[in-house]
Design a protein around this ligand. Structure first.
Ligand code: 13P
Length: 248
């Protein structure tokens, strides 16, 4: 299982950041079978990657498609790789809501991979309609992100299924295990248009949307996912450790 904590903009002090990292490191050392990835806001990342020898590794919440140019405010993949970042969350719905397109997400995937950073690509529908149009929406998102990429690039992606309707709510409003199982099967089938069967089976698919310590285990069991992308619960010291314990 891979457990990715996306702190979003919840953490706004170095003190809190340090508490969260220390606690995640303790949990990662205590429980087996869990890879822990933390995505702090960029200004904190260097505090933790320098000399990091723990099993906890770090992700950025985004990266820039540009590199080394006159681009005020942009943070390139090369800079993040130099900081020791190993993963990058790309195409999160909260970034797509600010105008990020699938084409831009693909470009960012390329930039990340060129620097040895593993892309965590987010997809997911805004709502579930009775006519199941959301399935086509998700399929189309997969197509638009995957098409511009080479087979080798595609195979290195971690895919995060994050239905927007389930983000930032309570565990009761998260996807149900049955719906998640169906969606993961559907996603793997859709991936089959872009890669060989073997690659679709080995692609890591994680789920995000109101995961906490109360629903992590049931969502992780028999649904076909390889982990979670966790938002608000990852910014709570005790809750995040409890999730790691629950899925270990
Ligand atoms: P929540 O866990 O707060 O629902 O957020 C999910 C998410 O968007 C993680 O990237």
């Amino acid at each position: 299982m891979i457990i990715i904590g996306n702190w979003k903009a919840y953490v706004e002090s170095e003190k809190k950041a340090k508490q969260l990292v220390a606690s995640a490191k303790r949990a990662a050392a205590s429980y087996t079978g869990v890879d822990v990835v933390l995505a702090p806001p960029v200004p904190y990342i260097g505090l933790f990657t320098t000399g990091n020898k723990s099993r906890v590794v770090f992700a950025s919440q985004d990266l820039s498609e540009t590199t080394g140019h006159a681009e005020t405010g942009e943070i390139s993949a090369a800079l993040l790789a130099d900081l020791g970042v190993q993963y990058s969350i790309l195409g999160h719905s909260e970034r797509r809501a600010r105008g990020e397109s699938d084409a831009l997400v693909s470009e960012k995937v390329r930039r990340a991979l060129a620097q040895g950073i593993t892309p965590i690509v987010c997809i997911g529908e805004r709502e579930r309609d009775p006519e199941a149009g959301y399935l086509y929406f998700v399929r189309e998102q997969i197509r638009s992100v995957m098409e511009p990429l080479s087979p080798k690039e595609r195979a290195q992606i971690v895919l995060a299924y994050e239905p927007i309707w389930a983000i930032g709510k309570t565990a009761l409003e998260a996807v149900s295990p049955t719906d998640l199982t169906e969606m993961v099967m559907y996603i793997r089938k859709a991936l089959g248009d872009f890669m060989p069967r073997k690659a679709t089976n080995s692609m890591r698919i994680v789920y995000g949307g109101s995961v906490d310590a109360t629903n992590a285990k049931v969502l992780a069991t028999g649904t076909g996912i390889q982990g979670f992308l966790i938002g608000h619960a990852s910014a709570e010291v005790k809750e995040f450790s409890a999730i790691i314990r629950a899925v270990s």
